[in-house]
Design a protein around this ligand. Structure first.
Ligand code: FES
Length: 77
């Protein structure tokens, strides 16, 4: 695992975590399978069927990150 971890917030999409991380399941205390990949893409829309990882559902449900959602609401006023 690298000391240099970078998190990129993808516009209207997941969090891209680069640099290698370790992730542990709180319930089992075991490593989360797949978390050893680099990069990993973490769901922030809540729709993934493969949480904590992104499975592309954000595109299907039209997920908008906070700024896009605020801009859309402002435009609707
Ligand atoms: S961010 Fe991609 S499925 Fe949630």
């Amino acid at each position: 695992m690298s000391d240099d971890v970078t998190v990129l917030i993808i516009d209207n999409g997941p969090l891209k975590v680069m640099g290698g991380i370790s992730m542990t399941d709180d319930a089992t205390g075991q490593p989360v399978p797949g978390s050893e990949r680099d990069p990993v893409f973490l769901c922030r829309c809540g729709g993934s069927k493969n949480k904590p990882f992104c499975d592309g559902t954000h595109s299907k449900i039209g997920f908008q990150g906070a700024m896009a959602a605020v801009e859309a609401a402002d435009a609707a006023d």
